[in-house]
Design a protein around this ligand. Structure first.
Ligand code: AMP
Ligand code: FE
Ligand code: FE
Ligand code: ZN
Length: 290
């Protein structure tokens, strides 16, 4: 029998992906995935729809979220899996992120206008299709208006960190992100560890020691951005730190067209045993029996 396959990292129109939760579940089905986790940035608003579609189509959808933590010079994203999406503290924490975006987005428009680009906040809201508004939506507006040749150029010229229309957004510390996820019964893991840009160094291992001390329970061994060799290294790190080794494609639909749903590196396949480990480590699921 074909092994049950899982992909535990992906985005929908509720953050910066381009498929709706229902469309994403249908795609997962067509790719032969038996279990997926929706991990939109800063929100769990797409999970319910995905779970309903999952029940109809026979794809298991586990809850998830991805939170950006304060870190430099690379980026640090913390994934939460198997959390109770109705948890009050989680809802409050995620609402703070929505407020931060509502404060930031008009500032991005102002900067673009000051650079001579004629666009409004409504343009970006429309582009988001009612989901959370972020830089990818501004990028698509700039492409449509012909201000840039393509999506990448919108970031390179205007929206990336250090470029003239960049506006910083409030972030959480890793400690607070992990606490919020675990407080909601979830399992906290480090997403695409390669993007911390620390390489295979003592510095990376010191960071892992710190995160484990803060309550981290997993690390994303497989990711579309990580090579087979890097995956081997992160597997080794997961063993040494007693962490669950997870994996996901980080699928974003047409916003990152080179990433295919279910593909998480050369030869990488994530089995259902990882899902069982995550469920076993979560409190939310044990309590509510999901
Ligand atoms: P935001 O959360 O609004 O700051 O937007 C962050 C999202 O923008 C990321 O999740 C990526 O999808 C996208 N993004 C950020 N930097 C770039 C870049 N240099 N090129 C393309 N997409 C990017
Ligand atoms: Fe993203
Ligand atoms: Fe990420
Ligand atoms: Zn992601």
């Amino acid at each position: 029998m074909e092994m049950k396959r899982a992909d535990l990292h992906m985005h929908t129109t509720h953050s910066d992906g381009t498929l709706t939760p229902t469309e994403l579940v249908a795609l997962a089905k067509s790719k032969g995935l038996s279990c997926i986790a929706l991990t939109d940035h800063d929100t769990v608003s797409g999970v319910k729809e995905a779970q309903e579609a999952g029940r109809r189509l026979g794809v298991e959808v586990i809850t998830g979220v991805e939170i950006s933590a304060i870190f430099g010079p690379g980026t640090m994203h913390i994934l939460g899996h198997c959390l109770d999406v109705e948890n009050e503290k989680l809802k409050q924490g995620l609402e703070e992120f929505q407020i931060a975006r509502r404060e930031r987005n008009p500032m991005i428009v102002q900067k673009l206008n000051a650079l001579g680009i004629d666009m409004t906040l409504e343009d970006a809201i429309e582009e988001s299709g009612g989901g959370q508004v972020g830089r990818p939506h501004f990028a698509r507006v700039l492409v449509k208006k012909g201000c840039v040749k393509n999506f990448e150029e919108a970031f390179d010229k205007y929206l990336a960190k250090g470029k003239p229309a960049y506006v910083d957004k409030r972030k959480m510390t890793s400690r607070d992100a992990i606490r919020m996820i675990r407080g909601a019964g979830g399992v906290a893991s480090l997403a695409h560890p390669k993007l911390t840009k620390l390489g295979k160094t003592g510095q990376f291992e010191a960071l892992m020691a710190q995160l484990v001390d803060e309550g981290l329970q997993g690390i994303e061994m497989y990711s579309s951005c990580q090579s087979r060799e890097e995956a081997n290294y992160f597997r080794d790190v997961s063993k040494r730190f007693g962490l669950i080794a997870t994996g996901g494609s980080d699928f974003h639909g047409a916003n990152k067209p080179e990433i295919e749903l279910g593909w998480m590196g050369d030869g990488a396949r994530l089995g259902y045993d990882t899902v069982e480990l995550l469920k076993g480590a979560s409190n939310g699921n044990r309590k509510s029996g999901v």
